[in-house]
Design a protein around this ligand. Structure first.
Ligand SMILES: NC(=O)c1ccc[n+]([C@@H]2O[C@H](COP(=O)([O-])OP(=O)(O)OC[C@H]3O[C@@H](n4cnc5c(N)ncnc54)[C@H](OP(=O)(O)O)[C@@H]3O)[C@@H](O)[C@H]2O)c1
Length: 326
């Protein structure tokens, strides 16, 4: 019997690469836990299955969302997406974030159907694109996404952005999809505070999630605060700043301290903040590497340091400031 005392994610620490290379030097231990010695002898593949139990967060509609997932923006439909999703699922990811706009829902669906993981254990998020706003258009676009994905329900359906307006009839259709149980949770993406308050003036059903660009270099503090006060989950997109800040000297130095890559430190920061984190990679090694963010925790002073890096560095079009057009 292996016995250890530590703060959190005990099973996941074990599940990454077995007990070899436990990086306890950077983990604060505070809780006693016992792990059966059988895990010591499992293959790393079996160990990775423990990620099935990775943390889920309760949304304002009572549903639970995994804290971590694979984003598939810019991964071409076809083998690239099938491989990425398959590698992610095999590594323990349980959430896939796609969109009608990404053009790869079909391949996401193929990878899901080829997987032996039960559907209810996998969380699938997709998005309604800006060109499909409006009540009828939303219903039609949703059914096309559902068909491409080869699913009979979607876990999270998001309005991709407030661009093109017609948000009120669009949201009405989203609520209908939820009422019909074709979608478990509904949310928005790239919505600013004014979009959310306008939506709330008309509807009691508020978004469960606002998917926005967030990383240490762009923290969107007022919007995050508003969402937290209104119980809207932040789903952080481009959590690696689209790969554009991974060479920052201070980040590299911090990564060295934890013997992790800069990317994994950024993901860990996102998890420490309590956001849902959806890094993209189409590379098998990096997909496997990114989920090792569950294997350690950042010391408070290092979270504080990352908090100090906010410089409004945005990698995507700033849609949260678009005017509300109803
Ligand atoms: N709602 C929206 O409007 C919106 C907008 C943007 C993104 N998103 C979602 O958020 C997801 C993630 O955002 P993102 O794609 O912009 O960027 P990201 O996850 O911040 O960064 C992805 C970039 O980092 C690289 N990378 C990944 N893991 C790495 C590692 N361990 N080491 C070094 N480089 C690594 C990737 O290259 P490789 O692929 O070569 O590994 C890619 O170039 C998207 O896929 C999408 O699902 C949503």
């Amino acid at each position: 019997m292996f016995c250890a005392t530590f703060k959190r994610n005990v099973g996941i620490i074990l599940s990454g690469h077995g007990l070899v290379g436990l990086k306890f030097n950077c983990v604060t231990f505070s809780r006693t836990c016992q792990i059966s010695s059988r895990y010591l002898h499992e293959t790393s593949c079996d160990l990775k299955n423990l990620y099935k139990n990775d943390k889920r967060i309760r949304l304002n509609d009572g549903n639970y969302i995994p804290t971590f997932g694979l984003g598939v923006w810019k991964i071409p439909n076809g083998l690239d997406t099938i491989n990425a999703v398959t590698w992610a699922l095999n590594s323990g990811y349980r959430q896939i974030d796609t969109a009608a706009r990404y053009g790869n829902e079909e391949s996401v669906g193929q990878a899901l159907s080829a997987s032996e993981i039960p559907r209810e254990e996998i969380y699938v998020a997709t998005k309604l694109y800006d060109d499909s706003h409006g009540y009828n258009e939303t219903l039609e676009a949703f059914h096309k996404s559902l068909k491409r994905l080869g699913l009979d329900y979607i876990d999270l359906y998001l309005i991709h952005s407030p661009m093109n307006g017609k948000i009120l009839p669009t949201w009405e259709a989203m609520i209908e999809l939820k009422d019909k149980k074709l979608v478990r949770s509904i949310g928005v993406s790239n919505f600013g505070i004014h979009h959310l308050t306008e939506l709330h003036k008309t509807f009691d059903v508020i978004p469960a999630v606002n998917q926005i660009e967030v990383h240490p270099f762009l923290q969107e503090i007022p919007l995050v605060k508003y969402c937290e006060e209104n119980n809207i989950m932040i789903q952080a997109y481009s959590p690696l700043a689209n790969g554009q800040k991974l060479d920052e000297k201070s980040l590299r130095m911090l990564a060295r301290k934890y013997q992790r890559s800069p990317a994994v430190v950024l993901i860990r920061w996102c998890l420490e903040k309590g956001y849902v984190c959806i890094p993209k990679s189409s590379n098998k090694h990096r997909i496997e590497e990114n989920i090792t963010a569950f294997e350690f925790v950042l010391e408070k002073e290092d979270v504080d340091f990352l908090d100090s890096l906010d410089e409004g560095f945005r990698t995507c079009h700033e849609k949260i400031k678009l005017p509300w057009t109803g």
